[in-house]
Design a protein around this ligand. Structure first.
Ligand SMILES: *Cc1c(COP(=O)(O)O)cnc(C)c1O
Length: 381
């Protein structure tokens, strides 16, 4: 019998339905109820963050950060090209221009050496991505941001519960964002959070999230009616989603420990192939404690990557790759980017392969994945 191994299965703790029942019993289905508060408090305490607010997605948390920073036409934002469209859409929607920067071969994070030379008098912010839950060189980037008076937004969509030295990722820049999309470590299907580290933005963030009204103040009894005071939209998730998220956050370390054991097992099993020069394994640099968001390998060429991916697919094993570099996408080209502008990004994007990786993945399934990778190289030399 052929066992099908998907790329992702969203995590479940077993308490999801119980918590959802509780929401219906309370008759409070809209946002900012009991579970939303519990999620925020849990993250604020665990990550030592001044304010964490739940949003409908990581994308929306990025959108909120761009609105709060008042990014507008004429502003430039430094960002890696090796990321998801949402990182860039957030400020492009405000009219600002992306300045794409290449990545480093070891961590696939933004190449700090290239940041300073890309800064102009129009540069307003750096949008970082902590790829695969591995931190950028945040000390260095903070120094640059300070020198040129730039804001930092950490796209920590993949990096929740990961640390750089003693500090949790997402709590270092002016803003951080998390995602609870079903492909992330903790999930409620679609969801996210905005981490507000620069306290001067907290009050306005609450307003923007609540359709531009001061409803949050009203709920706290600080004003006797609420009204339209600023721009805004509806960025708060329903309590039903917050309930699902809460049980996952309660089990944050349990889920992460399981992911760690999956990562380490893949690593151990694939090490001989790296020794034989067939592929390169990911690294966790010093000063990082990783959250084991993904397991990727780098193949020597795009051709081998694509062949291996098809080989696995025929065996019902789903390995995937991303990202197609944003600077070469249809949108990216509108900003006059062309091939060879960011050579490392373009090169890595052709060689990366992400292996199946999820909370319920068993050792037996990992053995099947590894056996088939070995078979591919046996057949293809
Ligand atoms: C998943 C992801 C996002 C988007 O998060 P959503 O919750 O799906 O909107 C943004 N940036 C990165 C780097 C991601 O991996």
């Amino acid at each position: 019998m052929k066992i099908k191994i998907p790329f992702n299965i969203p995590p479940q703790t077993g308490k999801e339905l119980e918590y959802i029942k509780h929401v219906f019993k309370n008759n409070h289905l809209t946002g900012d109820g009991e579970f939303t508060k519990k999620c925020s408090e849990l993250m604020e305490n665990k990550f030592d963050a001044s304010r964490v607010i739940l949003t409908t997605s990581g994308t929306h948390a990025l959108d909120m950060a761009a609105i709060l920073l008042d990014l507008k036409k004429g502003d430039e934002v430094i960002v890696p090209s090796f990321t998801f469209s949402s990182t860039v859409n957030a400020f492009v929607l405000r009219g600002a221009t992306p300045v794409f920067i290449d990545i480093k071969e070891d961590t696939l994070n933004i190449k700090e050496d290239l940041i300073e030379e890309s800064i102009t008098k129009n540069t307003k912010a750096i949008f970082l991505v902590h790829y695969a839950g591995i931190s950028c060189d945040i000390d260095r980037i903070k120094k640059i941001a300070k020198k040129y008076n730039l804001f930092i937004v950490e796209d920590a969509a993949q990096a929740i519960n990961a640390k750089y030295k003693d500090t949790y990722l997402g709590t270092i820049g002016d803003f951080g964002i998390f995602s609870f999309h079903e492909t992330k470590n903790y999930s409620c299907g679609e969801g996210g959070a905005l981490i507000i580290n620069n306290k001067k933005f907290i009050e306005r963030a609450e307003i923007i999230r609540e359709k531009g009204t001061d409803r949050s103040k009203f709920y706290r009894g600080e004003v006797d009616k609420y009204t339209w005071v600023d721009v805004g939209s509806s960025f708060l998730p329903s309590e039903i989603l917050a309930a699902v998220l809460y049980t996952q956050l309660e089990n944050m370390d349990k889920i992460q420990n399981k992911r760690k054991s999956i990562y380490n097992y893949y690593y151990k099993k694939l090490k001989p192939l790296e020794g034989a020069g067939k592929l390169t394994l990911p690294i966790i640099p010093k000063n990082n404690s990783c959250n084991y968001h993904m397991f990727y390998v780098l193949l020597p060429t795009e051709k081998i990557r694509n062949e291996l991916m098809s080989f696995l697919k025929k065996k019902s094993i789903l390995a995937v790759f991303h990202y197609l570099p944003l600077h070469l996408s249809k949108m990216g080209r509108k900003y006059n980017y062309k091939k060879n502008d960011l050579p490392i990004t373009e090169n890595i994007s052709g060689k990366i392969l992400r292996l199946p990786f999820y909370f319920s993945l068993s050792k037996n399934e990992i053995n099947i994945v590894v056996k088939n990778i070995n078979n591919y190289f046996k057949i293809n030399g």
